[in-house]
Ligand binder design. Sequence first.
Ligand code: THU
Length: 137
Amino acid sequence: MTAALDDSVLDSLVEAAKAAREFARAPYSGFKVGSALLAEDGRVFGGCNVESATYGLTVCGERTAVFKAVSEGARKFTAVAVVTGADLPTPPCGACRQVLWDQCRDIVVVMSTLNGKRKVMMLSQLYPEAFEFEGPE
Ligand code: THU
C-alpha cells in the first residue's frame, strides 16, 4: 500500500532532488543522482552522489540526504525522491534501502527520470523484511 501523499508534494520533492542532482560529483561513473528527503516537520534535505578516487568510498545521493537530515536533527520522515538521467526510474541501491529503513522506516519512495517518468512505491515494497537492530540508546 502506498501512503496517500498529495501529488504536488511529490512534484516538489522531485524538483528538489533534480536540483540536488546538479551538485553530483560523478567523474568516474558519469551517473549523477539527486535525492530529496522530506521530514515530518516540513524540512527538505537534498543529497547527491559524491564519488571517490578510491571508488568504494563513494556515497550515494540517498545516503547523503539521510545523513544530512539526521545530522540536522530530523528524526521523522515522510518521503524520499530519487532522480537520475536513466531512461527508467532508478530505485535506491541495497545499501541505501537499509540506511533509509534504519532512519526513516516505511516512507514513500518516488523515483523519477529527468523527463518525468515516475514510479512511486513504499520502502517496505522495495525492501521487505528489513534487518532491524535496536541498540541500547
Ligand atoms: N548511486 C546512487 O547515488 N544511488 C543509488 O541508489 C545507486 C547508485 C550512485 C553511486 C555512483 O556514484 C553512481 O551512482 C554509479 O553507481
